[in-house]
Design a protein around this ligand. Structure first.
Ligand SMILES: C[S@@+](CC[C@H](N)C(=O)[O-])C[C@H]1O[C@@H](n2cnc3c(N)ncnc32)[C@H](O)[C@@H]1O
Length: 258
């Protein structure tokens, strides 16, 4: 009886929290609901959601064809299970900015399954050096297989670990002088501290481009306030939609003034 009451209270509290989020931000509530469903699914299935995405790609995409890998992930995530890839609509903006910047040395903060790493990797010149940082070893493992299947394993180096540990090592351990392009797409509360870390480690030069995803949903208000008001960046906002959903979201481009 006591156990039953605890479960009931837990469920009640959960529904109240969910209702609060739904009132506050429908998109975040939808993501939470879909993530909870996916994690429950994980308990009954042999593969995690990220492994299910990989499995779908291995079965349905063309080996060695990055466009086909990107399209196949989008097909899965828009029809079967939502996932936190940048997605196709914002991906087209990302493509445009990567092409304009034509970076030689670049970093991505937050690899996840490797969707944006494949997207970016396929656009790079042959001698570009691209590092993507991922703290979760299971996600890094999926991304490794994704990049290998896409034929990009030699173009993209996955650095496993937390951004705040790896960024300070970029100069000495990875022989990076300065970065031409940084795609910021990890946990949103880390956007601002990691931007400061990039500055403090002298990894930015005049013209370095920082492109940040999800600045509306889930949102990164302290990062946005910082880059827009500190006087060190020229900023542009690219209004778009949250991946695989009809909710507003945006990318913020911040170009370092040096
Ligand atoms: C939104 S997903 C990245 C999506 C990916 N950029 C794409 O579009 O395909 C965020 C990822 O950042 C990782 N992450 C969060 N905080 C991190 C940190 N401090 N260092 C490295 N990775 C981090 C998470 O584990 C997660 O895989």
């Amino acid at each position: 009886m006591v156990e039953f009451c605890s479960v009931l209270c837990g469920l009640g509290a959960f529904l109240i929290i969910l209702f609060y989020f739904y009132k506050k931000n429908r998109a975040i509530a939808k993501i939470y609901i879909s993530e909870i469903c996916n994690r429950i699914k994980d308990l009954f299935m042999a593969l995690s959601k990220e492994e299910r995405i990989l499995e779908f790609v291995l079965k349905n995409a063309v080996r060695g064809d990055p466009d086909s890998v990107v399209d196949t992930i989008d097909r899965y995530c828009s029809s079967k299970e939502w996932a936190m890839n940048v997605g196709n609509e914002k991906g087209l903006i990302l493509d445009k900015i990567v092409k304009e910047t034509n970076p030689s040395v670049l970093v991505e903060l937050g690899t996840y399954c490797g969707y944006s790493a494949v997207r970016i990797g396929r656009l790079l010149k042959p001698d570009a050096r691209f590092f993507t940082l991922e703290v979760n070893p299971k996600f890094a493992d999926v991304a490794r297989q994704m990049l290998e299947f896409a034929g990009l394993k030699d173009k993209v180096q996955i650095l496993e670990g937390a951004t705040y540990d790896i960024i300070p090592q970029l100069k000495k351990k990875y022989e990076v002088d300065t970065l031409d392009f940084v795609f910021v797409d990890h946990w949103k509360d880390q956007y601002k501290p990691d931007t400061l870390l990039l500055e403090n480690c002298n990894l930015l030069r005049k013209g370095s481009v920082i492109l940040a995803d999800n600045v509306i949903v889930p949102g990164a208000p302290d990062f946005l306030k910082y880059v827009r008001t500190c006087g060190k960046y020229d900023c542009t906002n690219y209004l778009s939609h949250l991946e695989y959903m009809n909710e507003d979201d945006a990318l913020e481009k911040a170009v370092f003034r040096g």
